[in-house]
Design a protein around this ligand. Sequence first.
Ligand code: CTP
Ligand code: CA
Length: 222
Amino acid sequence: QQIMKKSELLAGKKILVTAGGTSEPIDPVRYITNRSSGKMGYAIAEACANAGAEVKLITASDMQVSNPNIEVERVITSNDMLDAVKNNFDSINVLIMAAAVSDYKSEVVSDQKIKKNGDYLEIRLKKTPDILKEVTKQKGNQFIVGFAAETQDLIVNAIKKLETKKLDLLLANDVSNDNIGFSSDNNQISFIDKNGVFAKTNIESKASISSKLVKILSERLD
Ligand code: CTP
Ligand code: CA
């Protein structure tokens, strides 16, 4: 068996990573978003680039990317992110959806700032497109990795996501614990495939989790 240097584990692979929480406008000065920082996706992009992959990062986070080998495309809304992922999907080997995509957006986006008026304001929200479900419709040989952020019944809910979104690999994380996930530098992940949970990390850095993901990808890609 050929022994590869760690730096070559993903040589020749084209990998698309999404990161950050999308924002959905309500009016010119307001939007709805979530607590995702983008750190997990950035760490994955970094680890894949260091393993020799050609990496493109589609990000809804405003964090800077220092690695010159990572191509960056910035997006704001879930629809922007859907378009960006679709435009790149046919030419990639791996999609890693680490972004926290907004599930709902304001049904109507006001052209003018909404004036304060009365004790209550109702904003009707409409479901956003599910990016993973949209792109798996055009799936060829791409290896697709998703995340599941849960606050309860982590594994049961995660396995449902793996199946309904037709994923090859899913990284499940418990987001009820403030010490891990979201803006933290640490996370704890259960790796799940069609046979169930096959690995679980300790609470460890997002960089360390990303190297484990790189190793798993290198074993599972042909
Ligand atoms: N995802 C997506 N498009 C969306 C919402 C989520 O592609 N509109 C992706 C995420 O990037 C993640 C996976 O789907 O890789 C699971 O996201 P998650 O928020 O955990 O699940 P949802 O399907 O949105 O369900 P819920 O939030 O109700 O648990
Ligand atoms: Ca969601």
